[in-house]
Design a protein around this ligand. Sequence first.
Ligand SMILES: O=C(O)CCC(=O)C(=O)O
Ligand SMILES: [Fe+2]
Length: 414
Amino acid sequence: MDEAFKVTDPSGKVSFHENVYRVSDNDRNAELDESEGKLRVLYSCREIIVSRLSGFGVRMSSTGPRFSPSSLKSDPVIIVPPAPSSYSTPFDYYLCRRYGELEMSSKRWMSAMSWYRVGEYNALKASSEENANPGLDKHAQAACLRMMGEHSLARKCWEDGRSRYPSDEHIKRELERIMAYESPSEPSSDPVPVTTIRPNYVYLSSNPLLTVAACEEVIKKTEAHCLTNGWTTARHYAVPTTDVPVSAIPSLLNWFNGTMHPLLASFVKEAFGVNGLIVHDAFVVKYDAREGSGGAVELPWHFDESSFSFTLSLNSDFTGGGTEFARGGVVNPGVGEMVGFRGDKCWHCGRRIAGGVRYILVVFCFGGGEGGRIKEGFEFVRGDGEEERGIKGGGTKGGGEGGGGGGFSFGFDV
Ligand SMILES: O=C(O)CCC(=O)C(=O)O
Ligand SMILES: [Fe+2]
């Protein structure tokens, strides 16, 4: 059996035979199926989550410090109970955060938000203690809202967090980012033709979106900025790259908002039929295989914190490289060309470069804004108390659409 899936289960409810996992709960027997790097099953009202530990990671750029893969490694089977109905129930905020974290990595946003809410309350009560960080829990609640497509509520939640916890760096940075990338954007007047790599999941621009000169300019501006400010290497939890955010370079940000953003909006309209895009993060990534550079040469397997992700090739002076998809193979576009894919659904990695330097522009986006959210991306059923049903095996279709409006209540005063 694959070492990565080795699991211990003190409850004795999980048994393993080769790659088939069975969970028995009294007279119930459910099978765990593989779904893009995760194994999960719902049984009774609980769930067992087994992560593929060898390549665990969601490239989250918004939700603060997290439990490291190694902490999961020693305790890989965790049953997350339903959150208490009253957020003021006394609880260890650290445990709440852990539950929130696990639920978030399983895309169970409602449940995650409930746990973070309980965590915030309890962290507030214990705020003199080390690790008690109500701002972090607030920040994570906002991130859950955004993942549900509730962009205005998410923003309100962050703004509320800023006034309650003014020194919180995560909240501050998030609001700066929201302000930097103007959104939502209209598609550009020129359509962007795309080629299908994997229907509904992975697409490639049929023509270069940028000229070689424009790509060189992006690299030049980025390198000039990094000469004095350096590259960042820790912006993304669990799966970091050597990168620099577009928002840190004013001239690049202007260009991005004016030129790139509408092109991305056209791309998702053409490929996924979605109107409008909210940019969550944009950054230039550098892989460097030159002798002694000490640079990163690859990026491990992961999901992105996005509905749609883009990688645009800025140069070609390298060997190897490309974006590899668990289903879809390696895509290594020409200079100025771009691959766009469902970042939250496609298990992917940055393939190792064998020589040279590879620059790409990476963008994480959410779709549409309010009213344009992607039903498929949300795994909970509106308002019937049985949220997040229906994620099983390869399909992650939800039973309903995003919350907000129409009688759905979050039960939180964001
Ligand atoms: O190197 C690549 O093509 C993949 C980059 C990527 O997946 C990311 O930055 O999240
Ligand atoms: Fe990625």
